[in-house]
Design a protein around this ligand. Sequence first.
Ligand code: MLT
Length: 324
Amino acid sequence: MKKIALALATVAGLAATGAQAQDYPTRPITMIVPFAAGGPTDVVARIVTDHMSRTLGQQIVIENVAGAGGTTGITRGAQSQPDGYTIMMGHMGTHGAAPALYPNLRYDPTKDFAPIGLAAGTPIVIVAKKDFPANDLKGFLEYMQTNGEKVNMAHAGVGSVSHSTGIFFNSVIKAKPTMVAYRGTGPALNDLMANTVDYMTDQIVNVAPQIQGGNIKAFAIATPERSPVLPDVPTTKEAGLEGYEVSAWNAVFAPKDTPPEIVKKLNDALVKSLDDENTRKRLQELGGVIPSAAERTPEALQKLVESEVARWTPVLKAAGATAE
Ligand code: MLT
């Protein structure tokens, strides 16, 4: 008798999931952004979810859960109910660099998520406070050779994009600055503009407006080509720095075991958002790179995460990056 009851309960459970998935979403969705408001991940999240909300017919509410380089918020998201009502904006740090820096990381980026899709590519720019005593990358590198230990570099916590790309940068230029952690590169940028922190490697969507406004200096962009929104900022290669080409990305994730029908609805809303002219304009004017159709699938994101974890682990270990 018990076996029949268990079977019926299982079928009922599956049916409920099926019905829930079919009607999804019937209430607002929470998107965890694992950094402080106003930073690049928050900005990308708010831009893409604006149109996603319209497609889904429900509001997507951003919840900023900062700490530990983004792993606090992503851990919470990974452990949330797989019902489609809690999703996350992760990125190259939380789903690429983090495993190399957190031996006790409470999630596996390659196993504990239902990837939804890539939201934006975010090239890395080397930026400094306006008062920094150098006006180009060559001058910066010279200054760092003799003053490195007096200089401080901002980042958003161990394993964040700004931390991992900063560690990589410092290893390439053989510098050992004091590292200053923030709850996101939004707050870090405020201190850069206040001339109270010296430099950082950050995502273009955060720093482009302040570079264009002349409020901070940009020494180079770490991509093979210049950004159309920063035409006067040389690539690292043009500026004479070999071996430092790096770009970050931000992407939408749900917890693993999220029903496939819900994953499909979320991916469909993301794809429509990335095809929306206004969404594209807002991302591109900040220097964001719109993923191609092939790059937007859940399968493509799963492959990207796997390749990024494999890529960043040796880079960070070679750079002597320490765990938490
Ligand atoms: C942010 O939104 O603050 C950044 O994505 C943090 C980082 O990873 O550098």
